[in-house]
Design a binder for this molecule. Structure first.
Ligand code: PRP
Length: 212
């Protein structure tokens, strides 16, 4: 049988994803070894995990380099990839928010500058509100931008709110809720349906059992 490639990002999402895979009998012992390998086989040999950056999961899946991917809705919205989003995994919960200095009046800014790792998400959000913005793309530590005068506000993910608080910022507007999603390559879902459909159904059931 053809191998199924799963794109994941190292970190909390991968660890939680591995628990779900284990619940349906797919184990990746190789993941727990201290290694720099980027392709890891499942113990049964039918699956292969490929370790990629969060924003790249959708790209690998869209192009068929991976059949399946697990990524946060934040990165999927930013990537805007043409993939099937089939399961809300219910973990990795956080939200997108506009944040800035306490009391900052977004409406009064004539041309708002917005620092973010998610320029597409930020632009779309403000476009829908009819607000003209200039986005400044950053790759991390986004909370710094309003503190040092790089931008008026930020659009970023907020999980516990600790990073904002410890840097004297606050949520000015809440945007979308985010959680981890399972995405599938459109062609693979047809050509490898014998393996992929039971896999997806198994994951859905495992999620329901762990939620119940
Ligand atoms: C993310 C995000 C916030 C922080 C939010 O950053 O960009 O900075 O986590 O979490 P909190 O609400 O629980 O404080 P990440 O840890 O990915 O680091 P980065 O700034 O380098 O992107």
């Amino acid at each position: 049988m053809e191998k199924i490639k799963i794109a994941l990002t190292k970190g909390r999402l991968a660890e939680k994803s591995l628990k779900v895979f284990e619940a349906i009998g797919i184990n990746f012992s190789a993941f727990y070894k201290d290694s720099r390998k980027l392709i890891l086989p499942s113990d049964c040999g039918q699956y292969e995990m490929i370790l990629v950056k969060a924003l790249d999961v959708a790209t690998y899946v869209e192009n068929g380099a991976a059949d399946i991917g697990i990524a946060g809705k934040d990165t999927l919205l930013e990537a805007n990839a043409n993939v099937f989003e089939l399961v809300d995994l219910g973990f990795g919960k956080c939200r997108f928010a506009v944040a800035g200095s306490p009391g900052f009046d977004i409406e009064r800014a004539v041309k708002l500058s917005v620092a973010t790792k998610y320029p597409r998400v930020a632009t779309e959000y403000f476009q829908q509100k009819g607000k003209q913005v200039e986005t400044i793309k950053l790759n991390g530590s986004v909370e710094l931008a309003p503190l040092v005068g790089l931008s008026d506000v930020i659009v970023d993910i907020v999980e516990t709110g600790r990073t904002l608080k410890e840097n004297g910022l606050e949520v000015l507007e809440n945007m979308h809720s985010i959680s981890a999603r399972l995405v599938v390559n459109k062609a693979s879902y047809k050509t490898k349906s014998e393996t992929l459909q039971p896999f997806v159904e198994g994951i859905k059931q495992a999620i329901t059992v762990s939620e119940g």
